[in-house]
Design a protein around this ligand. Structure first.
Ligand SMILES: [Zn+2]
Length: 236
């Protein structure tokens, strides 16, 4: 029942105050988060909780399939405020495996307005079609696309003029690409962090040879991932 939420809120606020009488006073005085989180709206990925941060420590933007589109006024407003006013030190694009938005973009069904929102993922899937076609299992393919989408959004963020201006002014700012697993609650770093203005784009790999990056534990299958961001630090 909707009324339960308000009762829950009363209990929550009372518990917080009991545990730390200064908690809300401190929070109300200022907001100085070091991190901007760009994540999916999926209700199973509560941003603060999965990284163990309190309110006030993480500036959060969420949308379906954790996109960072350069034409979205909502996203751009959040990004500019985070970079120029809050001066966050890290921007984290965090996707998640099994993302319904990514799955919807890969399927052929028309769903409505969301089809327009998800069109960048559909375009990415078309671009990577041969690579993805090598993965027989659909859910594994969805997960590979979830990773590829995070990398594409990291690239969008690093290409954004607000971010580039910050780097040009010498502001310390790192952009990271992570992915969360709802199955085990763990975040994997896709190791595509960028901390400065990228140089010229690297040569593209032939599509028949998908990139394999990340630490691969002995005995486990390597993950198909992405074409690296321009200045990533992988051993290629
Ligand atoms: Zn999702």
């Amino acid at each position: 029942m909707i009324g339960d939420l308000l009762s829950n809120n009363l209990r929550w606020a009372a518990t917080k105050t009991r545990m730390d009488p200064e908690y809300f006073r401190r929070l109300s005085e200022q907001q100085t988060p070091e991190y901007l989180w760009i994540g999916c709206s999926d209700s199973r990925v509560p941003a603060n909780e999965v990284v163990g941060l309190d309110p006030g420590e993480l500036f959060v933007h969420r949308n379906v399939a954790n996109l960072a589109p350069s034409q979205d006024a909502n996203f751009l407003s959040v990004l500019q405020f985070a970079v120029e006013v809050l001066r966050v030190r890290h921007i984290i694009v965090c996707g998640h495996y099994g993302c319904g938005g990514v799955r919807a973009a890969m399927g052929g069904r028309r769903l409505g307005l969301i089809d327009h929102w998800l069109s960048p993922i559909r375009a990415l899937h078309d671009e990577r079609f041969e690579e993805m076609a090598q993965i027989a299992d659909f859910e594994t393919r969805v997960n590979a696309m979830c990773e590829a989408n995070v990398v594409a959004q990291v690239r969008n963020v690093t290409a954004n003029p607000f971010v580039r201006d910050a780097w040009a002014k010498g502001q310390k700012l790192e952009v990271h690409g992570w992915i969360y697993s709802i199955r085990d609650g763990l975040i994997r770093d896709l190791e595509v962090s960028v901390s400065r203005q990228p140089g010229p784009a690297p040569k593209r790999r032939p599509r028949s040879q998908p990139a394999i990056v990340g630490r691969v534990p002995p005995g486990s299958k390597p993950r198909l991932v992405h074409v690296c961001t321009p200045d990533c630090d992988h051993d290629h």
